[in-house]
Design a protein around this ligand. Structure first.
Ligand SMILES: NC(=O)c1ccc[n+]([C@@H]2O[C@H](COP(=O)([O-])OP(=O)(O)OC[C@H]3O[C@@H](n4cnc5c(N)ncnc54)[C@H](O)[C@@H]3O)[C@@H](O)[C@H]2O)c1
Length: 287
């Protein structure tokens, strides 16, 4: 059911790779709620993924941009204002990638070029989007910018690797830039810390299925789905949340406030003496 919460608003959505992407669901909901949007992703993602299909459905434009490249970002924002007919009211940053996670590098043996890429793509790109937008005065007064994060920014999740450091930086950028953009233009900047969700990026994390199951058992309301994340995100883009800024907002069924649940404890007891399979000998040192 739609409430027209974004009627007349213009948005730019990063990261809708395929129908599993969280950004895909957010784009669908944003249009359902009355927004006009442009979609963006890297050249490679546009070739390999399905972003174009989604844009065709909405009769809108896909503008290629590598979020680490400020020329691309300037072009994206300028073109989006042309296509949409004015300043932008909301931006979704839904971008994550770690070469170290992809290559299975252990956190105590990181490839530092890989770490640079992880931080640049998954966190510093958020700063770049905001800095480019501010210099172009691309965001409307009372606009809203949201990036997606994960609880590994605050607590250690074995296997999340250097993405944890990227998420901590991402959340810090939301606070630091939130102050500046808030004072100057009443633009609000927040991160949503989402439950584990089965997507292309999510599934790259080691032991993802077990993490999903553990998180489901620990959360009183269960894991939050991508669709539910989209619902929450729409409220942050809407005028109903104009004084919410510089926050990391947990959207995780209560997971982040739990210590141990009965459901997780029961499962833990069943497997107490069981061995687990791993292809990484290092795992047994940290179990
Ligand atoms: N899936 C989860 O479990 C989960 C949980 C919490 C937070 N998140 C976060 O949600 C966001 C979206 O991820 P997702 O799970 O929907 O996976 P996804 O793989 O569908 O989306 C990741 C997107 O990042 C894009 N991307 C990568 N490098 C880029 C670059 N240089 N420039 C522009 N775009 C680039 C990819 O093309 C892709 O569209 C990420 O920030 C992720 O960390 C995911």
């Amino acid at each position: 059911m739609a409430y027209n919460l974004l009627e007349g608003k213009r948005g730019v959505i990063f990261g809708a790779l395929n129908p599993d992407s969280i950004a895909w669901k957010i784009a669908e909901k944003a249009v359902e709620e009355g927004a006009a949007i442009t979609l963006t992703n890297t050249e490679v993602a546009l070739r390999m993924g399905e972003t174009k299909k989604l844009a065709d459905r909405f009769n809108t434009e896909v503008i290629a941009a590598d979020a680490t490249n400020t020329d691309d970002l300037n072009n994206l924002l300028t073109r989006s204002m042309e296509v949409l007919g004015g300043q932008i009211d909301f931006i979704l940053h839904s971008i994550g990638m770690s070469p170290n996670v992809r290559k299975g590098r252990h956190y105590s043996d990181l490839d530092y070029k890989g770490l640079d890429k992880t931080l640049n793509i998954s966190a510093i790109s958020f700063h770049k989007v905001l800095q480019c937008a501010r210099k172009l005065d691309a965001i409307n007064e009372w606009g809203s910018v949201v990036a997606l994060s994960y609880v590994a920014a605050q607590r250690t999740f074995y296997g999340y690797n250097d993405m944890a450091d990227a998420k901590a930086l991402l959340e810090s950028i939301a606070r630091s830039f939130g102050y500046i953009y808030g004072r100057e233009r009443n633009v609000r900047i927040n991160t949503i810390s989402q439950s584990p969700t089965k997507t292309t990026a999510g599934s790259g994390v080691r032991g993802f299925d077990r993490l999903l199951d553990f998180s489901e058992r620990m959360s009183p309301l269960g894991n939050a789905s991508a669709e539910e994340c989209a619902d929450y995100c729409i409220t942050l883009f809407s005028d109903l949340t104009r004084k919410v800024t510089m926050q990391n907002l947990f959207h995780d069924g209560g997971f982040s406030s739990m210590g141990m649940s009965l459901r997780a404890l029961t499962q833990y007891e069943k497997g107490l003496d069981g061995e687990y399979e791993t292809d990484q000998p290092d795992d047994h040192k940290y179990d």
